[in-house]
Design a protein around this ligand. Structure first.
Ligand code: URA
Length: 247
């Protein structure tokens, strides 16, 4: 059954959204020390350890515990909480973002700050709610200092858990919210502006296959409300493909 989409709702939301201040990356980096200690193990060792731990998980709660106990990300030393997932495991739709911000770190839940509130409204406009029919997670489980982008090795140690979550919860459609998850999951040289508007196939190492659609990140839309028509097109594509995949 099709879901009535409510463009004015998203538009009103974007119009009301306060501008999010952009801190130049150089300033963020200068303010917060980057912790780079991982004991005696190399990144490759930690990736193997993550693969081993993830493979042992049968449920998403096993996985959340395994991620919480995992010591392979240097980001763990500078944040408060491990942020793994929220919403409905087993839903057709899985949204994967970049990683926790300050509010998510404080509350140990993904997408609960301003961008998360916008994400919830965007999903509601196509009939999706995390409490009913959407699973929400990230490609990185620990807030980077100063909200900088996660680095490649930080993403690499999380990836076995991301893949195992997909294998356990079996979404039909993965929405990569923003450039970091889109580029990382698709292993692409292209940026989000080129990737969005298209559908891709995502295959986990264990052989589970799902459709993947990149969309603009809600935090980007808070900074650039003039791109809301692009976001609206992303949502319409997601809604159409979900309907087809669920038929
Ligand atoms: N942005 C993300 O990409 N993920 C979150 O959990 C919060 C903000």
């Amino acid at each position: 059954m099709g879901v009535a989409v409510d463009e004015p709702l998203v538009e009103a939301l974007l119009a009301a959204a306060p501008a999010v201040a952009e801190t130049p990356a150089a300033v963020q980096q200068a303010e917060v020390p980057v912790v780079r200690r991982r004991g005696a193990r190399s990144v490759t060792d930690w990736i193997r350890e993550a693969e081993r731990l993830a493979a042992e998980c049968a449920t998403i709660d096993d996985l959340a515990r395994a991620v919480g106990d995992f010591g392979g990300s240097p980001l763990k030393a500078t944040c408060e909480n491990t942020v793994v997932y929220d919403g409905t495991p087993g839903a057709s739709l899985m949204v994967i973002g970049e990683g926790p911000g300050a509010e998510e770190d404080r509350r140990a839940k993904p997408f609960v700050g301003k961008a998360g509130q916008l994400l919830d409204k965007m999903l509601a406009a196509i009939g999706r709610r995390r409490t009913e029919n959407a699973l929400i997670s990230n490609v990185n489980y620990w807030r980077p200092p100063g909200n900088r982008n996660p680095e490649l090795d930080e993403l690499a140690v999380c990836r076995p858990f991301v893949d195992r979550m997909i294998e356990i919860t079996r979404p039909k459609l993965i929405v990569a919210a923003g450039g970091v998850p889109a580029v990382s999951l698709l292993n692409s040289r292209d940026g989000i502006m080129k990737l969005r508007g298209n559908e891709y196939t995502y295959r986990t190492p264990g052989g589970y296959i799902a459709a993947l659609i990149p969309m603009l990140h809600p935090a980007y839309l808070l900074r650039r409300p003039q791109d809301k028509s692009r976001a609206w097109r992303d949502l319409l594509l997601i809604e159409k493909r979900l309907r087809e995949l669920e038929a």
